[in-house]
Design a protein around this ligand. Structure first.
Ligand SMILES: [Zn+2]
Length: 102
């Protein structure tokens, strides 16, 4: 019987532990692998805080998107985050879009 090792997914957005049959597996799924490499070469980070969509352009390739997103959210006042979650949108509308150029 093949030995199974538990590894931690290398995609920082995931970080899930997964059983691996080979010692070389780095990601829990092919999707995670793809997402990680997309992020690595992608210079735009987009994420939602409630009904506000934040988009940051012109990032240095290789930027840790998950860490950047966390530090942005951590730097925002709690009231602002609460308000973003309470924002009402007209039915079917897209979130408000905030674009930041690095
Ligand atoms: Zn993963």
């Amino acid at each position: 019987m093949a030995q199974t090792v538990v590894r931690k997914c290398r995609n920082p957005k995931c970080g899930k532990e997964f059983p691996s049959k080979t010692s070389r597996a780095l990601y829990c799924s092919p999707d995670c692998n793809r997402q990680f490499h997309r992020d690595k070469h992608c210079t735009t980070l987009t994420f939602n805080i409630g009904n506000i969509r934040i988009q940051i352009n012109d990032l240095t390739p290789g930027t840790d998107h998950a860490a950047l997103q966390k530090s942005i959210i951590d730097s925002l006042p709690t009231e602002l985050i609460e308000q973003a979650h309470m924002l009402e949108l007209p039915e079917g509308a897209e979130p408000y879009h905030a674009v930041v150029n690095n």
